[in-house]
Design a binder for this molecule. Structure first.
Ligand code: S3P
Length: 175
């Protein structure tokens, strides 16, 4: 494992927050949830932030939070599903962190996000189609992770076991 920072990326509903929190507990590290920090700082949930201030404002807050979090050590950082799509965030998150992508199939994602109204990017007439579209658009970005774990059929504990197992194996040469 490079450094003492694990960064969880991946689509909405892949389990980044639940897995990140348990992974941090198992490692005895701090857990930092980027979306949670944004909500605390903005004083409102993300769907309201999108509705009242717009996505660009949310993305600016997201970049500021990422910039702060990457300075920490012995930390598991859960990012929002779109954070890694930004080049500046990518540069910061890969500088010292081991990047783990959590994946899931579109049907599992749809079932897990439940009320899509709390996810502004899925709040439309066809959330399933939107999930497929966004997954396809982001696939090349998510593929940059050091490790990918499909969480569709795994419990939180099972995903954490997979991640820890993968991180113990020697890393393949990059590039
Ligand atoms: C987003 C994912 C959300 C949240 C925001 C935008 C995205 O986070 O950051 O709604 O662009 O995929 P989760 O992945 O934690 O749901």
């Amino acid at each position: 494992m490079r450094g003492e920072q694990i960064v969880l990326i991946g689509f909405m509903g892949t389990g980044k927050t639940a897995v990140g929190s348990r992974l941090a507990e198992r490692l005895g590290w701090e857990f930092a949830d980027a979306d949670g920090l944004i909500e605390a700082e903005a004083g409102m949930p993300i769907h309201r932030l999108f509705a009242e201030r717009g996505e660009a404002h949310f993305r600016a807050l997201e970049n500021a939070v990422v910039a702060r979090l990457v300075a920490r050590d012995r930390v598991v950082i859960a990012t929002g599903g779109g954070a890694f799509a930004d080049a500046e965030n990518r540069r910061r998150l890969t500088a010292r962190g081991t990047v783990v992508c959590l994946a899931a199939d579109p049907e599992t994602i749809l079932a897990r996000v439940g009320d899509a109204r709390s996810r502004p990017l899925l709040d439309g007439p066809d959330p399933h189609g939107r999930i497929r579209e966004l997954l396809a658009a982001r696939a090349p970005i998510y593929a940059l992770a050091d490790v990918t774990v499909d969480t569709s059929c795994l419990s939180v504990e099972g995903v954490v076991d997979e991640i820890l197992g993968a991180l113990r194996r020697p890393a393949p040469a990059r590039g």
